[in-house]
Design a protein around this ligand. Sequence first.
Ligand code: FAD
Length: 428
Amino acid sequence: MTQTTRRGLLSAGVAATAFLSAPATVRAQTAARLLIVGGGFGGASAANFARRAHPWLDVTLVEPRTRFITCPYGNLVLAGAKQVEDITHSYDGLRARGVRVVHDWAEGVDAAARRVRLRGGETLTYDRLILSPGIAIRYGALEGYDEAAAEVMPHAWIAGDGAQLRLLRRQLEAMPDGGVVGLSIPPNPFRCPPGPYERISMIASYLKQHKPRSKILALDAKEAFSKQGLFQDAWAALYPGMVEWVPGNRDGKVVRVDPRERVLETEFGTRHKVDVANVIPPQSAAGIAVQAGLADSTGWVPVNPRTLEARAAQGIHVIGDANIPGPMPKSGYVANSTAKQAVASAAALLRGEAPPEPVYYNTCYSHVGPDYGISVVGIFRPNAEGTAIIEVPNSGGVSPRGNLPEQRRLEAIYADAWYESITKDMFG
Ligand code: FAD
């Protein structure tokens, strides 16, 4: 039995034998164990929300890193408008709220026994498990792109300890004026659909100031992308002649990389030699979700649209980028929104009640310049049959096109407010 369990039992004053033989719904009267794996947008939000809304839950969060660096606003670090320290958060606020935070890797899930094994040797038991481990890079999906290649051609798509982001920033700083920055952009689905285009914009903003003769070559596996008209209008207005975006049907799909020569090679064999290469490779759900047998052949985890429980295992809610979210994007906002529904469902099921009807939200701000923001909004819910998530008709919206400097300036301010409020909602 884990420390958490013992604490829950003692505080509830319940004999251990009676507790262990009781069904989960009865245990909920005392201190049911909610275990959360992954302390990022989904997991930290779930831990914080669980303690606020359901103080009777005994909440443990497993996260290997002692500080969390957000991917959102990472592109502003590349532009020199923010530092990595500005986007780094501690878990002290969650601890103060009563979350037990364990800094370790979850290495195995036993869904039948409701146990998670940690790398450090501890085994944690749970009544309900929330998994929000994020993504893994599919090394090898692009020929030549392995972990060693990522040290030369950074992806900077998983924040981790910040090393990838810092490496890409250093490479941009070291590049001579007149150099070419090449990006390889994957097919759908992937983490943060507008993210590559925000990255192009923020790199362009840096180059315009410091290396104005340089170019950005964006090689894309797709023919269309999120907020495309808004991005392309802004590139033409703010960074004329600097950005070349090549869609998949014009030989934009990168299939092979050569880190030694810094070459991005497309499916029709065109070899682009660049000075800095940012390879955003194809992705899948993070390893722990796949190893637990929760992912399907796509590499992502199918879930119940109402409870976010994995189709493949009862009692395990999979949220954030690791799941298959229907039409919702893989965003921090959706991870936060689904975290609340997963906690509410887990709490209801532990009490023997029906899970609440969900509504999911997304708002994605993108910076096109440091003081120039655009956004897209969507509201989602399960369909009438409860079989899939759908976008609520006429609920969504996107910033209007046109020459609207005041709107763009305000949206950059709203983006800052969004960042501040969501990180408070995660870390307290
Ligand atoms: P994460 O936030 O990545 O958290 C996963 C956590 O799980 C990590 O801390 C990891 O250490 C931990 N973990 C992994 N494996 C294990 C294990 N085995 N055991 C224990 N812990 C484990 N979204 C927005 O909404 N707005 C934005 O403006 C935005 N901008 C972005 C810009 C960029 C450049 C990128 C790359 C992404 C952006 N996103 C944005 C997307 C957002 O970062 C993700 O959608 C979000 O982080 C997903 O949350 P998550 O909980 O699934 O994963």
